[in-house]
Design a protein around this ligand. Structure first.
Ligand SMILES: Nc1nc2c([nH]c(=O)n2[C@@H]2O[C@H](COP(=O)(O)OP(=O)(O)OP(=O)(O)O)[C@@H](O)[C@H]2O)c(=O)[nH]1
Length: 320
């Protein structure tokens, strides 16, 4: 392999009707054998990304892939091994039942169980991307009463928004903690995870699923604030903040503002081209934030972006 050349790998995240994800072990005789990975392999010269994935899954597991889209793309340099470009797809339709054709083990796991498996080192962000949804709702700053906010969080969760960030000064004001705890409980009962903006201690008190750090708070940290399995998200606006979030061991970032947004009047937006260039350099899942809506998702998915984070674009009306 020429110096600087990366192995181009395609890999698949297959999710069954129960939300379980298919993973397999590396067969005996291969590098890093016995470790868990997502099925896939090297692209052949001249072969398209999807064509390579279809071939690999047929050769390894006797599956015929029908439909899928890019999920995440990351680069990883193994200290004693190859430099890889991992192009991971979320496969949404396939035919057949898996059969191990290469002597590997395979199994279906609930997303939260994946983090207990001994995966290849490059796979941590892929496991996170496979667990996380493509919509991340941030609560609005303006609402009439705390009860309305709690009801809005519950309504969003019932409508299938499965990742929600509670944000606002109200969190630290009278009644805020009680309301946050109630919002966490009701969202969880409806199948959603809730992160608390800016306060790991409060996240713990509210039994939330993690914390979301504003950039200025992240800047003052040298290590990840919450132990796994709690999620840590970080807001980023430029390359330095993105690199710092990666160094902290954040699970994911929001990156923006992509477009002008009423939340940050007058702030110069990144614009889509700059956003895509920065997001493409990230080694963790990235949500586009700032003037984003559900209509942006197909184009973002094509660029291996996790999804969108939004207040207005994901249900402002729920908090009326
Ligand atoms: N299929 C797959 N490969 C992965 C993942 N994560 C990861 O780092 N890789 C790396 O990507 C390469 C996969 O190529 P491959 O599966 O065709 O490799 P191979 O069986 O010929 O084994 P080799 O590494 O001994 O050459 C390996 O270097 C592997 O370590 C993953 O989740 N799935």
């Amino acid at each position: 392999m020429a110096r600087g050349e990366r192995l181009r790998i395609v890999a698949a995240v297959l999710r069954d009707q129960d939300g379980r994800i298919l993973v397999s072990t590396r067969p005996a005789g291969r590098s890093m054998s016995g470790r868990w990975e997502f099925p896939g392999g090297k692209r052949e010269p001249g072969e398209g990304r999807w064509a390579a994935l279809v071939r690999e899954l047929s050769e390894e597991l006797d599956l015929h892939l029908v439909e899928g889209r890019p999920l995440i793309r990351i680069q990883h340099d193994y200290p004693d091994g190859p430099a890889v470009d991992l192009d991971v797809w979320l496969v949404t339709a396939w035919e057949g039942a898996p059969r191990a054709l290469e002597g590997q083990q395979f199994d279906w796991f609930a997303p939260e169980a994946l983090s207990r498996l001994d995966f290849l080192a490059a796979n941590t962000p892929i496991v996170t991307a496979a667990r996380l949804p493509d919509r991340y709702l941030v609560t609005p700053p303006d609402f009439a009463r705390l009860e309305d906010l709690v009801a809005g969080v519950e309504a969003a969760a019932r409508r299938g928004i499965s990742l929600i960030q509670l944000r606002g000064d109200w969190l630290r004001q009278s009644g805020g903690q009680v309301a946050a705890k109630e919002a966490v409980a009701r969202a969880r009962a409806a199948g959603a995870s809730v992160l608390i903006n800016g306060d790991p201690g409060l996240a713990e008190k509210c039994q939330a699923d993690g914390v979301h750090l504003p950039a200025r708070l992240a800047a003052g940290l040298e290590s990840r604030p919450v132990v796994r399995p709690g999620l840590v998200g970080v807001s980023c606006h430029d390359e330095a903040e993105l690199r710092h979030a990666e160094a902290l061991g954040a699970d994911f970032v929001t990156l923006g503002h992509v477009r002008p947004t009423p939340s940050h009047p007058g702030a110069e937006p990144l614009g889509m081209d700059r956003f895509l260039a920065l997001a493409g350099s990230a080694s963790l899942p990235v949500y586009a934030i700032g003037g984003m809506g559900v209509a942006d998702l197909p184009a973002l998915h094509q660029q291996s972006i996790q999804g969108i984070a939004a207040i207005r674009g994901l249900g402002r009306q729920l908090f009326a």
